[in-house]
Design a protein around this ligand. Sequence first.
Ligand code: FAD
Length: 410
Amino acid sequence: MKFDTVIIGGGLSGLACGIRLQKKGVKCAVISAGQSALHFSSGSFELLNRLPDGTAVENPVEAVAKLEASHPYKKIGDFAKYASEAKQLLADSGVEVEGEATENALHLTPMGTLKPAWLTLSEFSRFKGAEEFKGKKVRVANIAGFLDFNMKFVTDALEDMGAECCQELIHIEEVDRLRKSPTEMRATNIARVLDKENIHNQLLTILKNYSIGVDAVVLPAAVGLASQKLVKALRKAVPSVVLVPTMPPSVSGIRTQQQLRREFERLGGVFMLGDSVVRADVEGGKVKAVYTINHADNGIKADNYILTTGSFFSNGLVAHSNEIVEPVFGLDVDFAADRAEWCDPQFFNKQGYQTFGVATDANFNVKKEGKVLENLYAAGSVLSGFNALYEGCGAGVALLTALYVADNLK
Ligand SMILES: Cc1cc2nc3c(=O)[nH]c(=O)nc-3n(C[C@H](O)[C@H](O)[C@H](O)COP(=O)(O)OP(=O)(O)OC[C@H]3O[C@@H](n4cnc5c(N)ncnc54)[C@H](O)[C@@H]3O)c2cc1C
């Protein structure tokens, strides 16, 4: 099998890269082991919420100048252009988002707290500050038996912001049937039921009643798995509905992943799901072929290869007792030699391991034993030099580095 470019990893970064390359007429295959971070997404895309020194960021385009040279954003040059093109790529793929790279806005987390973000899927509400909830009457509704939306946390958080809350449990017969097996009560299964037209209409009737006498009806985002249109229709019919992302699985994140995959395939890309790249032939500073579980003997060949295997969460990086390794190619990894610097015992503190990742040159070419591999690039959360959690820049790095790499293959 021969392609122009093989992308290893089919999360946000790999798919964005593949879409960009297919649009340029570069024939790509994406090989992807399975779930990506998008399956756990909050429905918001972060670009830069905080500088490494803890300073809060309101305008990522302005703040990016203050980052260290080792940060992936400093390698891509025109940050604002890539941010704008990333937003356009999502829109072209049918992923409707709101937001600008010059102004972070707040969105509700599954805990009911407010967090800054760059882009938010259009079904979710964006806020300027906690004061928007002050004195507001809010009905917090949940699907009866659904445990991945914690009404108490959400209610407490909204009340802390000054809202006056009451709670409701929604009973819909067909959803109640899922409760026979508690493992069925996951957001995706509920969404499959609520997305049926007749059930959707029942939900609308309930929500219209709930909206009487309150400023907002808060509902877990367990709707709209197949299409964003359904959620838009719901919000149009009951404008006071405020959707809150649920604990994983994320209905909106899974839908986004599917939309990006469909766009990649529509453009002619080959998506090989459920297969893992396990080894490669490397000769003379170049990758010659990669081998997967399903293609253990027949190498998959390409002119260029792009590593978008994610961080520890997706096994793009693996921690051993005294080292961090990149498991497919055995690439050079930037990590702290002193193990004490890997983790802070205070869970919510800045965690050193978050900045670990594969070492790359100025063009995102990776290195092995100190030598650059000419036709192997890396993008997304497998990269070193940023802290996705602390700086709030995970999706931004995934998207912007993917586009940059796609534009700068040799
Ligand atoms: C649980 C979680 C939730 C997050 N939520 C948000 C959020 O809401 N907003 C935000 O801005 N950021 C979030 N982030 C940050 C996140 O890292 C980025 O947003 C982004 O989605 C990462 O994309 P990626 O493509 O680099 O990596 P990933 O999404 O991790 O994708 C890597 C892919 O590579 C595949 N893979 C790995 N190894 C191989 C192999 N050997 N062969 C083939 N395939 C392989 C994996 O199966 C996976 O599909 C979250 C991160 C995590 C871990």
